[in-house]
Design a protein around this ligand. Structure first.
Ligand code: PSU
Ligand code: MN
Length: 305
C-alpha cells in the first residue's frame, strides 16, 4: 500500500486536538534562505522561542517524498544539512511525493499544508511577490494566489525590496488578501522597517489579529490575513546600505541571466555578499520577530471555534 502523503507529528496533532496554540513555520528559510550552519541554528532557536510563548512549532517540509507537518529536530537537521534539497511550492508537492524528493516548502506550500492540518497561523520571514519586470517575465510568486484561497494568518515582514513592492501590494488587493500593518501604517521592506509604501489598515495586538481572523470566518471571506510586522528599527539594515546592496543585486541578476525559482535565492545571496553578512543578521532578527508575534497570535487564536 502506498504510504500516506502527509504525516502530522504527534505533538502537533495532540495540540490541535486539544485546542492548544500551534504555529506553522516554513522550511525554505533553512534550505534556501540562510547559509549553513546558521540555517539550522536559526530554525531551532525560533522553535524554542515559540515554545517559550506556550505554542507548539510545526515546521513543515518534505523528506524523501513524505510531507511532514512538525519536523523533529533530527529531520530539520537533515533538511538543513543536505545537498540537493529542493525549493517546493504548492504545485511541486505531488511530484516530490511521488519521486521521493526532499525539500523546503515555500510560503504557498506551507500555508496550504498548515491550513489542511487545521493550523490557523503561520510565520515566515518575507513573503514572495511580484518580481521587478514581471510585466515582461510574468514572474509573480505563487505565494500570492495561494494566499487568496487560504484562510490563515500569515506573519511576514512585508516583502523584500528585491521585489516590486507596490505591484505586490496591488496584487494582494486584487486577490482579496487583507494586509494589516502591525502597529504601523508603513508597509515593511523586510531588511528595513519602512518600504516607503503605506497600508491603509493596522492591527495593534495579537488579540486584535485574532478578532479579525474570526470576523473573516463569520463573513465567509476565505482569503489570508497578512500581518505585516516590521523589523525593530535598531535591527534594520541602514537604509543607505540597503539601497546600495539592492542596486548591485539587481544589476548582477541582469548580468547572470537568472530566471524562475532561482531568482529569489540569487538576489538574497548577492545582498548577503555585498553587506558583509550584515543582512544575514537582519534576516535572523526579522525571522525571530515574526515567530515571536506568530506565537502570540497563535495563543490568541487557540481554543475551539
Ligand atoms: N523571500 C525571502 N526569503 C525567502 C523566500 C522569500 O525573503 O527565502 C522564499 C519563501 O519560501 C517564499 C519563496 O515563499 O521564497 C518565494 O519564491 P518564488 O518567488 O520563487 O515564489
Ligand atoms: Mn518566481
Amino acid at each position: 500500500m502506498q504510504r500516506r502523503t502527509v504525516r502530522i507529528a504527534d505533538e502537533v496533532a495532540g495540540a490541535l486536538a486539544a485546542g492548544r496554540p500551534v504555529l506553522a513555520c516554513e522550511s525554505t528559510i533553512a534550505t534556501h534562505g540562510l547559509p549553513r550552519p546558521r540555517n539550522l541554528q536559526v530554525a531551532l532557536d525560533a522553535e524554542a522561542l515559540v515554545r517559550d510563548h506556550g505554542a507548539v512549532p510545526a515546521t513543515i517540509g518534505v523528506l524523501d517524498g513524505e510531507v511532514v507537518v512538525g519536523l523533529s529536530e533530527g529531520e530539520l537537521e537533515r533538511l538543513a544539512g543536505s545537498d540537493g534539497v529542493h525549493k517546493l511550492s504548492a504545485r511541486d508537492l505531488p511530484v516530490a511525493a511521488a519521486t521521493g524528493a526532499s525539500g523546503g516548502t515555500t510560503v504557498a506550500a506551507t500555508a496550504h499544508l498548515a491550513h489542511r492540518a487545521g493550523i490557523r497561523v503561520f510565520a515566515t520571514g518575507g513573503l514572495g511577490g511580484v518580481h521587478r519586470g514581471a510585466a515582461r517575465t510574468f514572474d509573480e510568486s505563487a505565494d500570492l494566489p495561494a494566499l487568496a484561497r487560504l484562510p490563515v494568518v500569515v506573519v511576514s515582514a512585508g516583502v523584500k525590496s528585491v521585489l516590486d513592492v507596490p505591484a505586490t501590494l496591488e496584487r494582494l488587493e486584487t486577490l482579496g488578501v487583507a494586509v494589516a500593518g502591525y502597529r504601523t501604517h508603513a508597509f515593511p521592506g523586510f531588511y528595513v522597517a519602512d518600504s516607503g509604501h503605506r497600508v491603509t489598515q493596522c492591527l495593534e495586538s495579537p488579540e486584535q489579529v485574532a478578532a479579525a481572523w474570526r470576523a473573516a470566518r463569520d463573513l465567509g471571506l476565505d482569503a489570508a490575513l497578512l500581518v505585516a510586522n516590521p523589523v525593530p528599527g535598531r535591527d534594520q539594515l541602514p537604509p543607505a546600505e540597503h539601497d546600495a546592496a539592492l542596486a548591485s543585486a539587481l544589476a548582477a541578476l541582469e548580468t547572470a541571466g537568472i530566471t524562475g525559482a532561482a531568482v529569489t535565492p540569487f538576489l538574497l545571496q548577492h545582498v548577503r555578499d555585498t553587506t558583509g553578512d550584515r543582512s544575514l543578521e537582519v534576516n535572523v532578527a526579522v525571522y525571530r520577530n515574526n515567530m515571536d508575534l506568530g506565537a502570540r497570535i497563535a495563543g490568541a487564536l487557540a481554543g475551539p471555534g
